[in-house]
Every structure is written in structure tokens, then in C-alpha cells.
Design a protein around this ligand. Structure first.
Ligand SMILES: [Zn+2]
Length: 249
């Protein structure tokens, strides 16, 4: 198998994990930057992540133009991915999801903040992008590049941004990274909602968030990935094929 073949198998696995862990349902998607063409990305045709096979993937230019659609229907919101890859050269994987747990934090002004060590990598500050600020009343879907670029601007150099009344985006250097942060973003949101009902919350300090980032090794991602592969019924491959590590293969 070529590097691209292995990367596409990993992308199938990422879709299945996100579905198994309840981060996506029939909607939501995950992409990788094309390992051989950094000005392109790979994303499934419009299909529920649980159902996705290797044959569903379409390569897109960063402006959202499909290279090899062959009559297949792309996601209307594919521009989210191109807008982020265009702005963030170090990003090799992007997740967009509508996890119900994160929605309350996009619509109330209550910041979502890490309160547990496993969730530190979502970052101390999770910005909220409101499409209405620039684009007025829309159907809330990011269906064009100007909206995607505005969203990418709100994300900035962070790993996570919420989308008011819609969901969130998670960007990072590999599929391991964005799947990890997507699962633990959802868990943090659930825990914060519970904790808020009990009383004032002691969040992780910025120093604690930095310390977790400095001391966490790739072993953490592998341990989680193997576990999630098992739960999703996918073969575990210990070689990450997406992201900078894959470029040297
Ligand atoms: Zn969406």
C-alpha cells in the first residue's frame, strides 16, 4: 500500500471513531491535508461518518473545487476544511462536528474552559465564532469560502473554536490529535455542564494547561487511538500516516 492508501485507511478509522464515540452522528466530517499535495485536502463525499469507506473520498483544492468527484456529492460545508488549511500550514487534519454537549457554550456567552487534565489540549481559551456578526441571517451552514475564512480567522492559531448555534471545529497536526481533542472537548463540555450545577468551578490554570502540553508524549495519543480503534471495530495501525510524521515516509 502507498502512503496515501494508508492515510485514507486512517481517515476511515477517524470517521468510525468519531461516530462510535458520539462526536458525530449522521452529520459532521473529518479531513486530512493530502500527504502528496499540501494545497489539497481529502474528505468524504456527503455521507454519515459511520458509513464511510475508502472509495468515498474526494480530493479537493483548498478553494473547495473537487479534483476527482466523479459525480459524487460533496459536503456543502467542505469549505470549513479549505479555509483552515489555507490559513494554517502546520495543520494536517480538521474535524467539524455538531456535538450536542458543546452547543450550550456557543449560545450563552459562558466560556468553555478546560477543567480536567485530559482536556487541557483544547486550550485555555476556546473562541466562539458567530456567523451572524459578518454574514447576517443565514442557514448557519458554512457553504462558501468567505464564511470559512472568517471562521478560520476566529480560530486563529488555536486548536478549537465553537460555532454559535451550530457546532465546532478542531484543527491539528494529525488525525490522532484532532480525534483526541474532539472526544475530550465533548467530555469537557459534559463535565462543565455537570460541575456548573454543583457550584463554582476551579478550571485548570494556564500554567497547568501549558504543563500538560509540555509533558504529554505521543504515547498518550497511541494508547487512546488503539482503544478507540478496538471500540470502532477497526484494525489498529501504530504508524500515524497523517501529519508531519508521515511526510518523511
Ligand atoms: Zn455543520
Amino acid at each position: 500500500m502507498t502512503t496515501l492508501d494508508l492515510a485514507l485507511e486512517e481517515l476511515v478509522t477517524a470517521n468510525r471513531i468519531l461516530a462510535r464515540e458520539g462526536v458525530v452522528d449522521a452529520f459532521g466530517h473529518v479531513s486530512i491535508r493530502d500527504p502528496g499535495h499540501p494545497d489539497r485536502y481529502v474528505l468524504s463525499r456527503a455521507r454519515a461518518p459511520e458509513c464511510i469507506e475508502v472509495t468515498d473520498f474526494i480530493v479537493f483544492a483548498l478553494d473547495g473545487t473537487p479534483i476527482d468527484a466523479a459525480g459524487r456529492q460533496p459536503y456543502a460545508e467542505r469549505h470549513i476544511h479549505g479555509g483552515i488549511y489555507e490559513q494554517r500550514p502546520e495543520v494536517h487534519a480538521v474535524v467539524h462536528n455538531h456535538s450536542p454537549a458543546v452547543i450550550p457554550f456557543g449560545v450563552t456567552g459562558v466560556p468553555l474552559r478546560p477543567l480536567m487534565h485530559m482536556c487541557a489540549s483544547i486550550g485555555s481559551v476556546v473562541p466562539v465564532w458567530d456567523s451572524r456578526a459578518v454574514f447576517g441571517d443565514t442557514n448557519l451552514l458554512v457553504t462558501n469560502l468567505p464564511m470559512a475564512r472568517d471562521l478560520a480567522g476566529a480560530l486563529g492559531d488555536r486548536p478549537v473554536a465553537l460555532m454559535r448555534g451550530h457546532g465546532c471545529v478542531v484543527a491539528g497536526p494529525s488525525l490522532r490529535d484532532v480525534v483526541f481533542n474532539s472526544v475530550y472537548l465533548q467530555l469537557n463540555a459534559e463535565l462543565q455542564l455537570k460541575a456548573a450545577g454543583l457550584g463554582a468551578i476551579t478550571f485548570l490554570t494556564e500554567g497547568e494547561v501549558d504543563a500538560v502540553g509540555r509533558t504529554r508524549s505521543s504515547f498518550t495519543h497511541e494508547r487512546a487511538w488503539e482503544y478507540w480503534c478496538r471500540r470502532a471495530g477497526r484494525k489498529y495501525d501504530p504508524r500515524p500516516m497523517s501529519g508531519p510524521l508521515a511526510e518523511g515516509r
